[in-house]
Write a protein of this length. Sequence first.
Length: 352
Amino acid sequence: MQPRTHRVPAGRILTGALALCALSFVALAGERKPVRLATLAPKGSSLHKLLLSLGEKLRGAPEGGLKLVVYSDGTMGGEAEVVSKMRIGQLQAGLLTASGLSQIDDSISALQNMPLVYRDFEEVALVRAKLAPLIQKRFEEKGFVLLFVGDIGFVRYFSKQPIRTPEDLKRAKLFTLPGNVEQVDLMKSLGLNPQPLEPTDILPALQTGLVDCVPMIPFYAQIGQFYKPAPYMLDLDWAPLVGGCVVTKQVFDGYPAALQAAVREMAATTGDEVLARNRIESQESIQAMIAGGLKPITPTAKEVQTWRDFLAPVYPRMRGGLVPADLYDLVMETLRLHREGVQKPAVPATPK
């Protein structure tokens, strides 16, 4: 007599298999290492809060999501150090300015290191949309995924004495970041007097007279109280201060496709929120500083042209130097077509 066999229905076998897969997936998601992101943004600032909000969204992303740990206030070091830590795996992501992003690839310079090239935020947005795919590709070739790139407003000059013309600027001791010899040389060729210093030295340098003019976005001038010893602001949109969020490609490539897509989408939304918030904060900061004694200096149309003429000789030297030649040409051609009415903005200058 043959022993009786107990046949399990096919439906129950399938259900059991799916349950085992689900258990395995939960274990895998639970073992996924957190993403450690560093930024210079102050704790409690709008940038910091938006990163924390992104972290909450990522927890609920597909495929088990992921945990984002944010280190603010530069606690992980300067931006060059942050990039180095990402390369060796101590950090996985960073929200960086162009100074830090250029440690990865100099293509980002086409969006920032071209003074008085962009006349308004519409032009900045147009060029950014045009260049973004090329810059993202170059970053991936260097081992990083650029999740979003934007700007935090136009840089303006804050000074101890009124600055209205290039001749006024030539008499100033001008703060600049250390490490970029080519940029310092270009400034000197214009007759300027650059003083390379770390950002943490700006306020004492202004107070002691080591420098008397600082290029800065209004928001940072307010929170750093730089406008107190330097109460004059040249109301001229010098250049956008660019920033972006990167994650190492090794970490990103290890995620399932659905999680990768969610990370890109959620990060892009955060980038739009950062951009919109910065537009508001820039105007709020200017009004707050005016109430605190800031004296804006608005140049005439003739004076603006004087500034453009002043910079004209250095543009050819920027091409292939501070800015990769192909991207420099693309910026100029995109702006030419736009100003001739041939090319319209692909995205709004200020996201809604």
